[in-house]
Design a protein around this ligand. Structure first.
Ligand code: NAP
Ligand code: COA
Length: 267
């Protein structure tokens, strides 16, 4: 069933993926290529994004990797122009570039706070705003990658909470403004995803990982394919009436501590 769903459902489509040199976003890019899409990828590091694109072309699919910093509108715009010239207008845009570090507000400078807001929130505005002129309209699907911190306040994450909350609201505003043009704008909020830089920073020890798992309804981390499948669904006509939505793909982790202590023998 899963394979039947994935099989070339994106044939003939072009996807632009920002923040795609590693992790969840590279997982989405690879998944979309296997589903038939041509892929343009950007991140800051020329070396990393070239290697990421090669993982896709090595499988026999079309991909170009370009260095671009989402904090710099012109650099994003130029990469999109290049992508559009070689792969055509975009049907799908994924905005997933992010930065995170664990620090109390009193332990970060104004520049530290701004750095994360610039990458996550301003970067998302830049990617979505620059993409509009290159979209196949109507029908395009724009997806930002947000996080549970957007709605769950957290110590040592003030910068990320503020930035991701902004992404959630931006998603809804752009869905309203661009809906009449037939452009859908959604976000995915992943829970803890295994083998990612994000979780390596947030839960660096096995004990912390176990503690987090014990408070998730499904008692486990997700994997990159869980997020890629969610993005795939949102990018097909099956989701043609979904816009302005934040889709949680998190094993129920946003529900609370999921009875970690109270459930006992009923767990
Ligand atoms: P990751 O592998 O570190 O991915 C972040 C990507 O962003 C990298 O490819 C990085 O590449 C790129 N990037 C950073 N700054 C950039 C900039 N200024 N311009 C362009 N690209 C930039 O992290 P991840 O854990 O997979 O996270 C991916 C997304 O999922 C993020 O939006 C994150 O907030 C979200 N998320 C993750 C989790 C999780 O469990 N991991 C949970 C919830 C949400 P370069 O270094 O080459 O620039
Ligand atoms: N605690 C407090 N402040 C920190 C910090 C930490 N752990 N790490 C960085 N900062 C501050 C720096 O001190 C600097 O501020 P200052 O000049 O006033 O001291 C500011 O943040 C910018 O740091 P810099 O290293 O110049 O930024 P950068 O643009 O090169 O890198 C980061 C951005 C800091 C977000 C870096 O961690 C990064 O590149 N992350 C991408 C990967 C990632 O975070 N993946 C997980 C995604 S969920």
């Amino acid at each position: 069933m899963a394979d039947a769903f994935r099989e070339k459902v994106l044939a003939g489509k072009t996807a632009f993926v920002a923040g795609a040199s590693s992790g969840i976003n590279l997982g989405i890019a690879q998944h979309f290529a296997r589903a038939g899409a041509r892929i343009a990828l950007i991140s800051r590091s020329h070396e990393k994004i070239t290697a990421a694109a090669k993982t896709i072309t090595d499988e026999g699919f079309d991909a170009i990797g370009m260095a671009a910093d989402v904090r710099d509108f012109d650099s994003v715009e130029q990469s999109m122009k290049r992508a559009q010239e070689s792969l055509g207008n975009f049907d799908i845009v994924i905005s997933g570039a992010a930065g995170n570090f664990v620090a109390p507000a009193l332990g970060m400078s104004s520049k530290g706070f701004k750095t994360v807001v610039d990458i996550d929130l301003i970067g998302t505005f830049n990617v979505l705003r620059a993409s509009f002129q290159y979209l196949n309209r109507p029908g395009a699907s724009l997806i930002s990658i947000t996080a549970p911190q957007a709605v769950n306040p957290s110590v040592f994450q003030s910068h990320v909470c503020a930035a991701k909350a902004g992404i959630n609201m931006l998603t809804k505003c752009l869905a309203m403004e661009w809906g009449p043009a037939g452009v859908r704008v959604n976000a995915i909020s992943p829970g803890p995803i295994s083998d990612t830089e994000g979780m390596a920073r947030l839960a660096p020890t096995a004990e912390m990982e176990q503690s987090i798992k014990s408070r998730i309804a499904l008692r486990d981390y997700g994997d990159k394919t869980d997020i890629a499948d969610t993005a795939l669904f949102l990018s097909t006509d099956n989701a043609k009436y979904i816009t302005g939505t934040i889709v949680d793909c998190d094993g129920g982790s946003k529900l609370g501590d999921a009875g970690a202590d109270a459930l006992g023998e009923f767990a």
